[in-house]
Design a protein around this ligand. Structure first.
Ligand code: HEC
Length: 133
């Protein structure tokens, strides 16, 4: 069962008014924007790719961030868990080096990469989107 984000009425009205037009018909808004995912891809390429690879399968001995092994451990967890982990532990050797915004955008990139559809609402570090699409 997916845990949906609980929105305040005010925020819902605001985002519907401001961003509703950007959500493609039939697409399911999951609480991150395409812009966040695109920025997150750039941050990932700069700060994470050399160890985890551009296709997230892991370089050399570094662990993959995709595939069965990763999903068996992370699939039931949420975007907030992923944010907490990467913002406190990564990049390895320089943990916490990036801005909080960058970590949130990396999570948006991860969601997008795994088939979650972007919507009109921006992701935050405390949003709980179940990682398994
Ligand atoms: C210098 C290499 C290196 C860089 C750069 C790096 N990582 Fe990692 N990452 C690792 C290693 C090694 C592990 C496994 C050991 C650990 O947890 O520290 C890991 C583990 C992870 C995990 C958990 C994987 C699992 O199977 O549980 C995630 C998620 C992750 N990294 C994300 C990131 C993100 C996002 C960035 C960029 C901000 C990043 N890493 C940058 C080396 C790296």
């Amino acid at each position: 069962m997916k845990i949906r984000k609980i929105r305040t009425l005010a925020l819902g009205v605001l985002s519907a008014a401001a961003f509703g037009a950007l959500v493609a018909p039939g697409a399911q808004a999951e609480g991150f924007t395409a812009e966040q995912a695109a920025s997150g891809k750039a941050v990932f390429e700069q700060s994470c790719q050399r160890c985890h690879a551009g296709d997230l399968t892991g370089n050399g001995g570094f662990p993959p961030l995709t595939g069965d092994r990763f999903m068996s451990r992370w699939g039931d967890r949420t975007s907030a868990d992923l944010f907490d982990f990467i913002s406190s532990r990564m990049p390895r050797g320089r943990p916490g080096q990036l801005a909080q915004k960058d970590y949130v955008e990396i999570v948006a990139f991860w969601l997008s990469f795994h088939g979650h559809a972007p919507g009109g609402e921006a992701l935050t570090g405390s949003d709980r989107i179940v990682l398994q699409p």
